[in-house]
Design a protein around this ligand. Sequence first.
Ligand SMILES: [Ca+2]
Ligand SMILES: [Ca+2]
Length: 80
Amino acid sequence: MRRVAFGALLAAFAALPALAEVEMIDTDGDSMASFDEMATVYEGFTEEQFGALDTDGDGLLSDEELVAAMDAGTLESIGD
Ligand SMILES: [Ca+2]
Ligand SMILES: [Ca+2]
């Protein structure tokens, strides 16, 4: 029973890889990654790097922006 539940959980994560990224960075629960949240997770993260990732310029990184950066290799996935 436990094994089945765990497998289902893994399948859910595999189906929704995008959701996991911002959730690992987001500490205030707004589903967006602020510069402070990024700097906490990524040592030596600069505002310049943040600006490059914030493609819509709203001052926050959406899950979409994070995933795009990880897909492009600009940002290391912290899930690995
Ligand atoms: Ca946040
Ligand atoms: Ca943004």
